[in-house]
Every structure is written in C-alpha cells, then in structure tokens.
Design a protein. Structure first.
Lengths: 146, 381
C-alpha cells in the first residue's frame, strides 16, 4: 500500500486540528504547532494548557521546524488496535533541532534509513481515507540518508 | 505509625478460565488467604480491592462472596499496579490505627491480544503510537546502543522466567523454554518477541494484613513485616535548555530510582540488603531496567547480570522467582497481590523448589508499575 499518494482532487484533512501547518501537498514538510511555558521555558508538543514542569498556565504558541535527530527507534511488526499504520513501520523518538523530543512514526517505505543518530524531517503523509473521500493526513518522519 | 504484618496470602491459579466468573476467581484467592492467615472473615474490618476492567461494584461482588459483614470495600485502580496500590492503602489504614485487620484482593478477567493503552480515537492510537511493547522496545534499543547489550540478553529474561514458572503450580506457563525458541517467536516491536511479552490472564490473589500487636490472637505461625513503601507518578524531566522529554512516561519508569530511595529510607536499608525481588516485567527488558533502577546492579550492568544468571533463583540477586509477569501471568488487577504473595512465601521459607538463599531471606522488595505510576514495597522477616 502506498502512503504517499493522494487521490487526485481529494481534500487533505488533518488527523487532528492544530497540530501542524498543513502544506500544499502530501509528503511536504510539516512544521509542528507546539507551545512554550513563559515562566520556565520548557517546550511542548503537542501543546499543553498547563506546563508539565511548573504548572504555569502562561503558555505561548510556538512552531517547531520539524527536523531533528533520532534518539531511539523500534520496528513494529504487529498492528495495534484502532491503528491504520500497516506493519512493518517504525516508532521513533525525535529530538527536534528547535524543540522538545517527540514521538512519531516512520512508514514502511522509509524504514531503510531508520537508525539511532540519523537525522530526520517531519512530513505530512497520508494515513487513510475518511468516509467523505478526504485524505486524512498526519505528521510522520522520513529519515535522511547519511 | 504502628507496625503491620502480613499473616497470610492466597491465589487462584493464573491462566485462562473462560467458564469462571471474576467472583469465583476472587473468592478462591480470598478463601486461600484467610486459611493461610488463620484470620476468619468476620474479623476482617476493611477490604481494599485492586481491579481494572471489571467496572462498577465489582469489589463488593467479590468480597461479599465471603459474607455480608457490612465492612467498607474500597475499589482501587492503577492499571497493572492496582493491587499494590490496594495493599499500600490497606497498610496505611492499619498502620495509622484506623483498622486492625485488612484484606487485600486483586483480580482480573481479560480478553486476548494487545491491551488498548490510549483512547481508541486518540491521534496516538490511529497513528500506531499507542503500543505498550514499543515503550520498552524504544528503551531497549537505546540501552543496546549505550551499553553494548544484545537482543539475546533481553530474551534470556524470558528463559529464566519460564524456568521459574515451571516450579510454580499457580503460574500460567509451567514449561521451560530455550533461548532459541524465545528469539524465534513472532517479533512484536524490535527487539521484543512474543515470548518476551507478558500474556493476558485471568486470575486472583489475596493477602491478609494485621496490626503487629494484634496478630497473636491468630493461628498463623509466621509473618512478615511491612518495612517500607513509596508511590509516585511520572515526573517531568527537563533535559536542559527548555527541551523536556515531552510528557513523563506514564508508567513512571524513569522515577524508580527516586521512589526506591524513599522506600529504602523508610525501611532503613539499602539495595545491598535485599535478598529477593519482584519487578514489573511486562516485557523482558523491564527486569533489566528495574534491576538497575532499584540499585540492585549499577546502571548499564543489568543485561550482563541477567546473562550471567545472577537473577536466577540460585543467583545473588534473585528476581521474579515465581515466573514474573511473563510466566506467572499478568491479570492486571491481581499482579501486585501475587507479587506480595511470592515475597511472603520467600521470607517465611515456604517457597519450596523456588526458595532462595537456603530459606534465610530476610528482606524482600517489590516494584510494580502501571499506567499511573509506580509502587515500591519493602518487607522484612
């Protein structure tokens, strides 16, 4: 199954509103929409209402560019309940260059370059179609070959 | 706070019992625990019940099987650590003089397959991120990169676990397995294979505790003392420069060190004093991470300790002598009370072929984790 084609003319809808900047086309870079605590400077994605570190509610919206380094990764071979990701796929932790560590997935067609220490960028990729025929998309990582 | 002792414990065998209700499972464990303790049910003043999936009113449904004595029945949930949470609450209520005798019971009936750890419509679920073995697998991959451990070392935990389970008539799995079989079983999330995952299980476990100065009136000839405890949830860990870990690990696995220290301080001991341990091996790497987090071995040396057999029944740091979650089974509400049961058998010299240290074990340690946090318990004899 290809993950990188949208049906011609199909609308892209995000899996969740407000998590990333929707690019013009599928498989284009995704800037993540997170936030920062004004009191203690910790940064979060997904954005939090109250700071996890100091519980302040004084938060400021921040965008993260969506590039970083893979700090750990695992290849998943069994499809968990309610998931649309078809194994094998990878779950990775990515330390963003300009933000916190996040967790995301790497689709089957990108597994070859997944390794600890590899750089990766976040793209908006196809997850599934919804009942209305829209292409549901979310942020996923694509490792950059060394 | 006054001293509190465990007078008895009992189990219903762990396994699959599609024709048994959770009431039957719980009743049998309670009956066995009461007989083991010499405490008649009418003397129980309060019951703390650990259970997760069964829903409303289920604690009373189980406890009232023994009689309708009008006692408070308190339902406690912390996922896989529900019945150590129940034990802790029972202990604190007796230690603080609210009650003299308390019953702790944990039970669960479970469906097969991966447990759903996130709301089914959450973005994590849809994107395939909500995979329980993945958290352990991610940590295992990092551990291998940092310390040079191999996948075989994690798999060895399962080999050891099955060997111990074969000596435990209450265990779900009572057959030894080889390293080759563990490595060759279906890969779930690299490096964790199917035989390195704890199963879904039906089962129940119960424990009876009593104020130490009231224990004399009961016929139980042996007891163990609650010496220390600690509980906490995942604490946010900044990595400096405003870049945190994101959400703290919901199972609190990075919090074990600070919580173990609190429990050891309360018990007046250090990790070097521990004779026998139960840890939460939901997946095989858990044993290695917890052996380190609890201070039983230095950081980075856990995998080698397992590989060298140090955590076997006849090793110097025996861990999960009854098979642990992997082989004893993991009925999520009951596991905590089953851990207490095995430590009780070990410290009272009644563990039979699983007995460690020639029957001279004096200090037992429990680590039980669940979505919600970590419970640590220390017992002495």
């Amino acid at each position: 199954m290809t993950t990188d084609t949208a049906k011609a003319g199909a609308r892209m809808v995000p899996l969740r509103e407000g998590m990333f900047r929707m690019p013009e086309q599928i498989d284009m870079p995704a800037a993540l929409l997170g936030n920062r605590c004004r009191k203690c400077n910790e940064r979060f994605f997904p954005p939090r209402v109250f700071c996890a570190a100091c519980s302040s509610g004084d938060m400021e919206a921040v965008e993260f560019a969506g590039t970083g380094e893979i700090t750990t990764c695992t290849i998943v071979h069994q499809q968990p309940p309610n998931s649309v990701m078809v194994p094998p796929y990878a779950i990775i932790r990515l330390k963003l260059d300009d933000g916190p560590q996040i967790q995301t997935v790497v689709a089957s067609d990108d597994l070859g370059n997944v390794r600890i220490g590899a750089r990766a960028r976040l793209l908006v990729r196809r997850l599934k179609e919804d009942d209305a025929g829209n292409t549901v998309v979310s942020f996923m990582a694509r490792p950059i070959p060394a | 706070m006054r001293e509190v002792v465990v007078l008895g414990a009992g189990l219903h065998r762990f396994g699959r019992f599609p024709d048994k209700t959770y009431q039957e499972l719980g009743r049998e464990a309670i009956k066995n625990a009461l007989e083991d303790s010499g405490v008649p049910f009418p003397d129980i003043e309060v019951a703390y019940v650990g259970r997760v999936l069964a829903g409303m009113g289920t604690g009373l449904n189980v406890v009232s099987e023994m009689g309708q004595t009008g006692i408070p029945v308190i339902n406690i949930e912390m996922a896989c650590a529900s019945s150590t949470s129940a034990f802790r609450e029972a202990y604190l209520s007796v230690a603080n003089g609210v009650y003299d005798t308390a019953l702790v019971v944990g039970f669960e009936k479970m469906e097969r397959g991966m447990i759903q750890i996130s709301e089914s419509t959450s973005f994590q679920s849809v994107m395939g991120l909500a995979v329980m073995p993945a958290a352990y697998a991610l940590q295992a991959q990092r551990y291998m990169a940092d310390y040079g451990a191999t996948p075989e070392m994690f798999a060895q935990v399962s080999v050891k676990s099955h060997k111990a389970g074969a000596l435990n008539p209450y265990a779900q799995y009572q057959k030894e397995t080889t390293l080759e079989e563990v490595m060759a079983s279906r890969m779930i999330a690299d490096p964790i294979t199917l035989l390195q995952c704890s199963p879904t299980t039906d089962g129940a476990a119960a424990v009876v505790i009593c104020a130490a100065d009231k224990a004399k009136k009961y016929s139980a000839k042996r007891q163990m003392t609650v010496a220390g405890w600690a509980t906490g949830s995942g604490k946010y860990q900044s990595q400096g420069e405003g870049d945190g870990e994101g959400e703290a690990d919901s199972e609190g696995s990075s919090d074990v060190e600070r919580l173990a220290r609190i429990a050891y301080d309360r018990a007046g001991i250090g990790p070097e004093d521990v004779d026998v341990t139960q840890v939460h091996d939901a997946f095989s790497p858990g044993e290695i991470f917890m052996a380190e987090g609890l201070g039983l071995v230095p950081k980075g040396e856990g995998a080698r300790a397992v590989w060298e057999g140090r955590t076997e029944i006849d090793g110097d740091i025996p861990i999960n002598t009854d098979g642990g979650l992997i082989s004893r089974g993991h009925p999520i509400g009951a596991t905590g009370a089953a851990m207490v049961t095995e430590i009780f058998r070990q410290l009272t010299g009644e563990a039979g072929p699983r007995q460690v240290k020639g029957g001279k074990a004096k200090v037992g340690l429990i680590h039980n984790a669940g979505i919600g946090g970590v419970n640590i318990l220390v017992f002495k004899n």
